[in-house]
Design a protein around this ligand. Sequence first.
Ligand SMILES: [Zn+2]
Length: 66
Amino acid sequence: MRELNCPGCPGRRTPRQYLCSACWRTLPAVTRGRLARRDQHAGLRLRELHTALAARTPLGVIRVSR
Ligand SMILES: [Zn+2]
């Protein structure tokens, strides 16, 4: 399967994932639940995730809106 760089660590992710499975498991449960929803706000939440990662926010405290 094709793999991409994980934005949260030097590891790899599949195209269907925002993060590798190790990073994904480190996110707070509420953040995972929101990011897993695919609605009209999904792009906004993904931008919030990437903004937090760019600011070097620890994965365990990253929150996204809605
Ligand atoms: Zn990762």
